[in-house]
Design a protein around this ligand. Sequence first.
Ligand SMILES: *Cc1c(COP(=O)(O)O)cnc(C)c1O
Length: 389
Amino acid sequence: MPHRPIYLDHHATTPVDERVLAAMMPYFTTHFGNPASVAHQYGWEAEAAVQQARETIAAAIHATPEEIIFTSGATEANNLAIKGVAEAYITRGRHIITVQTEHNAILDPCRYLQSLGFDVTVLPVQPDGLIDMQELERAFRPDTILVSVMAANNEIGVVQPLEAIGTLCHSRSVLFHSDAAQAIGKIPLNVQTMQIDLMSLTGHKVYAPKGIGALYVRRRNPRVQLAPQLHGGGHERGMRSGTLYPPQIVGFAAAVQLAQTEMEAEADRLTQLRDRLWQRLQSLDGIYLNGHPSQRLPGNLNISVDGVDGQALLLGLQPVVAVSSGSACTSANIEPSHVLAALGRSNNLAFASIRFGIGRFNTAAELDRVAEATIATIQALRGVAIAGA
Ligand SMILES: *Cc1c(COP(=O)(O)O)cnc(C)c1O
C-alpha cells in the first residue's frame, strides 16, 4: 500500500479494533439467526448475544438493559429522542432548549420541530465553549419539555457540566437528553448521578463499526415516554422497529467494554500526546486554542492559526496528516464551522483551524512528525504571505 497520511481524525470515525472484529465474526456466519426468532436455537443464540450486549452497554453508563434501544447510530438516536419526546409530550408543552454548538443531528431535528410549531431556544456558549448555567436557568419556561445538551463536542472536545444540567432539569421536571457520541468510552458517564433521561450513543467513534448506536431511555424516576419514529414489527419494545443486527450490536458492546477497561490509562496517554503537541505548536506566535483548556476530551486539540489561509493550510498538511478543519463545504460555498462561530471566532480564524483527534493507535513518534510538519507548513505559508506583501 502506498504511504498514507497519519490518521488524526478520530472524532470523524475510528478504525474497528481487531478485538472487536474478532468478537463480531461468528455472528455473520454460524450464529446468523434473527434475535426475534423465538421458535429455534438460531434465534435464541442471536437473542442471547444481543441481550449480553445490552447488559454491557447499560452497565457502562449505569443504566439497566431494558433502557437501551439499539439504533443505526447517534443521528438516529438523536432524532428518536428529540422527535419522540416532542410528539409524546406535546400536551404538556412545545418548548425545547438546546445549544448553538450541538451537532447538526440535534440542531436539524429541532429546526424541523420549529417548522411544526414548536419553540426552540438555542443557547449561546461562553468563549471557552461551556454553557452558562445561569442562561440555561433563565431559558426554562412553564411549557419546556426537553433540554438537549451534548456530553462532549465533536469539534472542540469541550465536556459540558452534565451533572449540574441534569440536576437543574430534574428540579424543573424537564427531561434531559445528552448526545454522548463523542463521550462514550472516553470519559465516565453515569445516567444516575448525571440525572440524564435520554442519551445517544454510537459505535464508530469508539472502535466499533459504523451503522450501530443506541438510545438510552430512562424507565424509572421518571419513566420517559417516547413516540416511535420507525413503525413496524415492534422491536425494541415498540420504540424502534427493524430487525436487529447482531454482528454490529456484539461489536458495539465489545468496543464499549474495551474502552471502559482501558479508559483511565488511555485517557492519560492521549492527554500526554495532546499536551505535547500543543506545547510544540505554541513555539509559533498567533496560535489559539479553541475550547476550554482542560474540560475537554483527552484526544482533542483544536487550534486556529493567525495569518494563513485555511484552505492552503489544510492542503499543505494533507500529505502528512489526516485532520479536519473548521469549515464545512455546503453545496456552493465554504462556510465557517457553526461551533467555532459560536465561540466568537472570526471567519478567518474559523477557516484557518485544525482539529487534531488523537486515537488509540497513534504513537508519540507520529505526533512528533505531525508537530514538525504543522510548524513547517505554517511557517512556509506565513513566509509566502510576507514575501507577497
Ligand atoms: C458522529 C456524531 C454524531 C452522528 O453519529 P452517527 O452515528 O454517525 O450517526 C452525532 N453527534 C455527535 C456529537 C457526533 O460526534
